[in-house]
Design a protein around this ligand. Sequence first.
Ligand SMILES: Nc1ncnc2c1ncn2[C@@H]1O[C@H](COP(=O)(O)OP(=O)(O)OP(=O)(O)O)[C@@H](O)[C@H]1O
Ligand SMILES: [Mg+2]
Length: 250
Amino acid sequence: MATGIPGFDELVGGGFPKAFNILLTGSPGSGKTIFGQQFLYNGAVTGHPGVYISLDMSDEIFRQQGDQFGWDIEKLENEDKLAIVKVPLDRKSVRLFDKIREEVKRVKAERIVFDSLASFSINIDQFDVPLVYDEEITKVLNSSNMADKELFYSGGSEQRTTYLTINHLSKLGTTNVIITDRVEGENRLTVDGVSEFVCDGVIQFDIADLGGGASRMLKVLKIRGTHNSLDFHNFEITDRGIVVSPPEMK
Ligand SMILES: Nc1ncnc2c1ncn2[C@@H]1O[C@H](COP(=O)(O)OP(=O)(O)OP(=O)(O)O)[C@@H](O)[C@H]1O
Ligand SMILES: [Mg+2]
């Protein structure tokens, strides 16, 4: 699944392997959401529809951000090539995974961007996270007399929630870009400490000030089963989105 992001696909052997879960982790403002949006936009215009799940920004801001880069998000929505799952954070018992599955089916999505795991965990009280997420099993359980409570996780562990979320997303068969936060100055790659192990691929985003102005960079930490470059690569956010610089000659 080529991202179509100039300079990026060659770092990962041409694109993300189909049906993989790829985690983007990094500091605030490092470019994770724009990367995700570009992955969805490029997919949608080349016959690979996608779904954006936003807990961090409103759908209106998401569209406006796309406009800045010349990406007409609304047009793609109208053509059923891209869907935005709006997540109400002012309600309880939201069945987010049902909504995601519905939208994935409706637009025949091949790609998902989940933005972000960290926000999902912070707001976990609003959601019903099923313990099992398989369409058939869910149907059986829904028609049985089993109390609803027994079907959903209510233990409150961030690690378990994270694990279940990634697991549910991988059941959809889509190629998933899952965004989370990294706390600057901490050794850990993610705030939850488990998603980097559960996902098939991890890309770290960073902003560094090496004198002469800050620059953005990314590093592919792992993609299971493929050879990837382990260097940090500089990238810029241009008026056409992210452009990764070619490696410097050594
Ligand atoms: N048109 C643009 N041209 C250049 N830079 C831009 C443009 N639009 C946004 N940016 C930069 O991109 C940054 C935001 O990128 P993005 O939203 O992808 O970051 P993020 O890693 O998702 O951050 P957060 O963790 O806060 O969600 C902004 O802080 C801004 O500096
Ligand atoms: Mg973001």
